[in-house]
Structures are given as structure tokens and as C-alpha cells.
Design a protein around this ligand. Structure first.
Ligand code: HPA
Length: 272
């Protein structure tokens, strides 16, 4: 359970460094960190300096909070995130979302790199998350509920906000960026899935599979933040092609679509 005093301590620390009040947050997935470098008048705050943040060592991720603005919109970006597979608790994984809320964030874009389960999709496609499947026998809200932060029994009938999703769809159309839509399944990692697991995940109704996003999405909804999720499909999920998966491939594909991704999220933020 996140403690109100811890969140306030983190907030005070961040506010001692910048007077920028972010209303939009973005969590940057593997290879998508360069977005944070496009923020104007940005301050970079290493996670290791922020009270109550865990310390992340995932390859391909930086570890800093970047607060700045784009076209007059104040934004807080997480360059690098905490993953469950690193051994962090779900409280640690999701604490930054509580901080974002305390700083004033009302809308959050959660991004990730993930595998395509839907065989009509291709590596390099961007996918708007319509819903998710939590395949993990855990939930970030398990434990005593802190009523200062949200309700005990959270409605998750529309985790990914329909009106905000429509904004992303409109922007993608206008910018001529092809955008898939689908269901994201959360897998613990750090192993990729086996071919049999991917067959199961497809039968369960997912279009993509990855190792993040869902815990942050649940906590954001608990906190009353409206969210959208955008996935970069970096590879076909295991067993679809007769090829082993590698982290290098994930980073390489994310790198290739970085330009499109940056254009899309920048314009989306301007309309949020
Ligand atoms: N599975 C799980 N997580 C991932 C994948 C995948 O195929 N690609 C990138 N992240």
C-alpha cells in the first residue's frame, strides 16, 4: 500500500527542483526514451534522488524523471520504468504514478515495447491498447487500501479512456501513421513466452503481450488519472516465426519506429 506521507515527500522533493506543474504524464517504454529529450526547459531528476523511488537497472532504459513542456503543455516523462521482473514489488513499480498524480497529472500516456500475438500485425506497428488481460497472479491493489488514494474495489470496465483513445486515433489518421488497436496481455517476464504460451494467450483474446503497463494502468485508474496506452510491436511473439527472440531485436525495432512514435505522442499531448 502506498503511504500518503511518502508520496508527499517525493512531491516536495520534485517541487523543490522545478516549479513546472505537469498535467500530462508519459511513461516511456524500451527504446522510446528519446521523447523526453524533446521537452523544453526540462529538468532531469535521477530516480535515485527521489525519495521512495526504487532503483532500476534494466538494460535499454534510463532512469530519470524529466519535467518540461511541449507547446505550452507541461509534461512529466518517466524515462525508464520499474518492472516486476526486476524483483520490484508492485508498490515500487507503481509508486511513480502516485507521484505523478500528486504533481497534478490528469492524463497519462503509457507506452511499451511488446510482442505481436495477432498474426495480422507486423513488427514495427504501433498499437493503441483497447483493454488488457492481467495474466499475473498479483494486482498492485492487493493489500490494505489507502482511502486517501482511491477506492477499495476499482471499476475497470474502461481502463483505457475511450475519448482519449479517439484523440489518438484522430491524430494517427491526420499524421498518416498506421495504428493498430488491440488487447494487451501482461506477462511477468523476464523470459519471453513459449510458443505454447503464445497460443494460449491468443486463445484468451490478446493481440499483444508484454512485461509492463498493466500495473501502472491499474494504479493510474485508482488515482483517478485518465489514461491511454500505446504499444510498439517490436517482434512477432514467440513461435509465430521460426526465430528466437532477443532484446536486441526489441530495441532495434523500437529504434526504427521512434520517429513516428515521437510525432504521434507529441501531437496527442498537444490535444490532451
Ligand atoms: N513478449 C513479452 N514482452 C516483450 C516482447 C514479447 O514478445 N517483446 C517485447 N517485449
Amino acid at each position: 500500500m502506498h503511504k500518503t506521507a511518502d508520496i508527499l515527500e517525493s512531491k516536495s522533493y520534485v517541487e523543490s527542483i522545478t516549479s513546472i506543474k505537469p498535467t500530462v504524464g508519459i511513461i516511456l517504454g524500451s527504446g522510446l526514451g528519446p521523447f523526453a529529450d524533446t521537452l523544453e526547459d526540462a529538468v532531469h531528476i535521477p530516480y535515485s534522488h527521489i525519495p521512495h523511488f526504487a532503483k532500476s537497472e534494466a538494460v535499454g532504459h534510463s532512469n530519470e524523471l524529466v519535467i518540461g513542456s511541449i507547446g505550452g503543455k507541461n509534461v512529466v516523462a518517466m524515462k525508464g520504468r520499474f518492472h516486476y521482473y526486476e524483483g520490484f514489488t508492485l508498490d515500487q513499480v507503481t509508486f511513480p504514478v502516485r507521484l505523478m498524480k500528486a504533481l497534478g497529472v490528469e492524463k497519462l500516456i503509457i507506452t511499451n515495447a511488446c510482442g505481436a500475438v495477432n498474426m495480422d500485425f507486423n513488427p514495427g506497428d504501433l498499437m493503441l491498447i483497447t483493454d488488457h488481460i492481467n495474466l499475473i497472479a498479483n494486482n498492485p491493489l492487493i493489500g490494505p487500501n489507502n482511502p486517501d488514494l482511491g477506492v477499495r474495489f476499482l471499476d475497470v470496465s474502461e481502463v483505457y479512456n475511450k475519448a482519449l483513445r479517439n484523440v489518438v486515433i484522430d491524430v494517427a489518421k491526420e499524421l498518416d501513421i498506421s495504428l493498430r488497436q488491440g488487447v494487451y496481455a501482461w506477462w511477468t517476464g523476464p523470459t519471453y513466452e513459449t510458443p505454447a504460451e503464445i497460443r494460449m494467450i491468443r486463445i484468451l483474446g490478446a493481440d499483444a503481450v508484454g512485461m509492463s503497463t498493466v500495473p501502472e494502468a491499474i494504479i493510474a485508474r485508482h488515482a483517478g488519472i485518465e489514461i491511454v496506452g500505446i504499444s510498439c510491436l517490436t517482434n512477432m511473439a514467440c513461435g509465430i516465426l521460426d526465430l528466437p527472440l532477443s532484446h536486441e531485436e526489441v530495441i532495434e525495432t523500437a529504434e526504427k519506429v521512434k520517429g513516428q512514435f515521437l510525432k504521434l505522442v507529441t501531437e496527442v499531448i498537444l490535444r490532451f
